[in-house]
Design a protein around this ligand. Sequence first.
Ligand SMILES: Cc1ncc(COP(=O)(O)O)c(C=O)c1O
Length: 374
Amino acid sequence: MDEKEIEELLQKYYCKDMHYEDGRILGSMYTEPPKIALKAFFKFYQANLGNSGLYKGTAEMEREVVKFLLRLASGKENFFGHVVSGGTEANIIALWAAREMGYKRVLATKDAHFSIRKAANLLKLPLENIEMKRGKMNIEDLESKIKENDIIVATAGTTPLGFIDPIEEIGKICQMHNCFLHVDAAFGGYIIPFLRELKYTNKKFGFDIPAVSTITIDPHKMGMAPYPAGGILSRENIFEKIVIEAPYLIEEKNDSLLGTRQSGSVAAAYAAQLYFGWRGYKEIVRRCMENTNYLVKRAKEEKLEILEMPEMNIVNLKVENVKKVKRELYARGWAVSTNPKYSSIRIVVMPHVTKEVIDKFLDEIKNIKKNYGL
Ligand SMILES: Cc1ncc(COP(=O)(O)O)c(C=O)c1O
């Protein structure tokens, strides 16, 4: 086929997909990256940090991204980190390294991301559920179940509600029992430092809590980078716990989960962080929170029930027939996600979810309510 024909065919499929810039994807933690990040992605599309000896420039950019992630996580420069394919891989690596260090069992709440269950399953680590109190880890239940050499997974920005587990208290309990504390801040890592500066919260989630061993923070969520770009950080060098010999590679070793690592996104994450900088990310969080508050206010005006007041830019609207509302919205071109357990539809107020989008969305909800009830 000639290129023109191929392009036409690609366009046909492109039109079938949803796109962030259309402002109708309301349930996703991703958004449209800045153009310079996409340029960087394509410039470095060949880069593969699975064979980092060939890509010394990209490896340097990875260190710059890790440095920024460490700043978000209140970590020191001599801590360790990698850019990986996403939060799932980062969580698997953390638990894998912990298991290699002799930790034996995972404790997490049901609102911990499913990648924790996947990791426990893959690693054949028993997984014990810790009860929640209003969407956060229940400290009393943790105290009653914790044992020496457990791996505790706390979440800073839970997937369903955007809540922050009480990580400082969890940290104290972990220290008393010699446990490994992994913090999943895949979503919240690029939010909480700015929520603190903007006086929305005074909570900590990072390495300034002495018990925290590893942290997941994803550039491809609120870091505005194109996927695949997750981040795994550690206080000790966990990567030497999972390193494997690979004589066919320039460096002759591999210390990640994947072999080949698409690393155009490392260049892209670096470009995004240069483009926004600390101040730019803070402004993004400020706007997302302003729009979150706008959504809450407008929803209340429409007599819709808010499940819990949001702690970050995730809003849950309580509805009776979650599946039906999701289906009706989808048929009208809107993609929301749902929390069946909480009987709510979940809106992640990413930068493309503007006030105009919110108004249009609430009009749609009003129509559905009028026709079917909620
Ligand atoms: C808290 C949390 N951790 C991990 C993940 C997994 O990230 P990924 O989809 O990049 O693998 C998500 C995804 O939404 C998440 O919300």
